[in-house]
Every structure is written in structure tokens, then in C-alpha cells.
Design a protein around this ligand. Structure first.
Ligand code: TMP
Length: 209
């Protein structure tokens, strides 16, 4: 789909895995080192996709409707933000991408993964992240972190068994794409996780000055 020059890095994990803190740290470090960055998120990242995000997070709907909305949002996000940024040579940091659809709608809610793979191919063409950092934490620890941090949205109200399935969904995506998806042990301290993340980012982009 794109004559890609920039690097596309995505961050994944169950709600409460701690990824947001690390995306901010990565963005600050790369900006300081002079990288041209686009920091974005899914669902979201464009006015249309942010509308779809609000609907999805707060309106009850079935898993197929959810999947269609996240892929609609993704299509708009790719064509108006991600692909142009990569063509300019910018580094794109994205908080969640298609692995989340396989983990949440697929493994979590039981939607057919062949259908998700079809949507992925239609919406993305051959665009895939260069690197995906999967922040892996036990669902019980993620739940404690969420409770301490914020009021739950529709997704965060799911039970521990749901998040165990989502976690397993990420694990099976990693097995299918071991060169792209790197598991980060998110149960370590923030500082330790930050160091692991920095090593992976530097491997993907080259060491930062
Ligand atoms: P966030 O709180 O990390 O921004 O994510 C919003 C929620 O959207 C989160 O609970 C996971 C969910 N989600 C999906 O279910 N499918 C998707 O494809 C994406 C990108 C997010």
C-alpha cells in the first residue's frame, strides 16, 4: 500500500498493562534525539476515527459491529495519517493497532479470526508494523493498576477471564509473527520495563544520541 520510508512501531497489551507511560517516555527520548515523530492511537488518530472510538467505548454492541468500527477507523487512520507519515520518513508510534482486534474481538469475544484476517488484508494491504512491543502482564495485576488509575470504560469492565483470553490472543499473534512482535514483561518495575523498551527501540531505529 505504501512506499514506506519511516518506521512504524506499535504498542499493545491488555488494559492496565502500563504501555501509555512507556509510549510517552519513548516519544520524549526520540524527539530529544531529533526524530520526526507522529504519536497516535487506535481506535482514533483522526476526527472520524475518534468519533468511532467514542461510540465503540461507550455504546453496547456485538463483536462483529465492534470489529467493523475499529477497521473503519483504522482505514481512515492509515490513509490520512499513518501512510503519509511513513512516506515522509517520519517514525510513527501507535498505541494499539490490528493485533488488538485479533486479541479483543477475536480471542476475547470469539469473532472468527479468518474474518479478521480478511478485514486486515482489505484495510491495510501489505502495511504491517516494523516492530510491536507487547506489554504482557497477568490480568490480576492489570486489574489492580486500572482500579488505582481510572474509572472503567465498557472494555475495562470485563472480567478476569476475558482479559486472560485477550492475553492468550496476543500470545498467539506473537507466535505467528515472532520477528515483529516482542514480548516485554510488564510486571517488572517501570524503570526495568523502560530499559527493555529502549533496547528494542534502539535495535529497530538505531541507537539514540
Ligand atoms: P486504550 O484504552 O488502550 O486506548 O484502548 C481502548 C480500548 O479499545 C481497549 O479496551 C481495547 C479496545 N480495542 C479493541 O477492542 N479492538 C481494537 O482493534 C483496538 C485498537 C482497541
Amino acid at each position: 500500500m505504501t512506499q514506506q520510508k519511516g518506521r512504524f512501531i506499535t504498542f499493545e497489551g491488555i488494559d492496565g498493562a502500563g504501555k501509555s507511560t512507556h509510549i510517552e517516555a519513548v516519544a520524549a527520548r526520540l524527539s530529544a534525539a531529533g526524530h520526526r515523530l507522529v504519536c497516535t492511537r487506535e481506535p482514533g488518530g483522526t476526527p472520524l476515527a475518534e468519533h468511532l472510538r467514542e461510540l465503540m467505548l461507550h455504546t453496547p454492541m456485538d463483536p462483529l459491529t465492534e470489529a467493523l468500527l475499529v477497521f473503519a477507523a483504522r482505514r481512515d487512520h492509515i490513509s490520512t495519517v499513518i501512510a503519509p507519515a511513513l512516506q515522509r520518513g517520519d517514525t510513527v508510534l501507535c498505541d494499539r493497532f490490528t493485533d488488538a482486534s485479533f486479541a479483543y474481538q477475536g480471542a476475547g469475544h470469539g469473532l472468527d479470526t479468518a474474518l479478521l484476517a480478511w478485514l486486515e488484508a482489505q484495510v491495510q494491504g501489505d502495511l504491517q508494523p516494523d516492530l510491536t512491543l507487547w506489554f504482557d502482564v497477568p490480568p490480576s495485576l492489570a486489574q489492580q493498576r486500572r482500579a488505582a488509575a481510572r474509572a472503567a470504560d465498557r472494555f475495562e469492565q470485563q472480567d478476569l477471564e476475558f482479559f486472560a483470553r485477550v492475553r492468550a490472543g496476543y500470545e498467539s499473534r506473537m507466535r505467528e509473527a515472532p520477528d515483529r512482535i516482542v514480548r516485554i514483561d510488564g510486571s517488572l518495575t517501570t524503570q526495568e520495563v523502560g530499559q527493555l523498551v529502549a533496547v528494542q527501540i534502539d535495535q529497530a531505529l538505531g541507537p539514540q544520541r
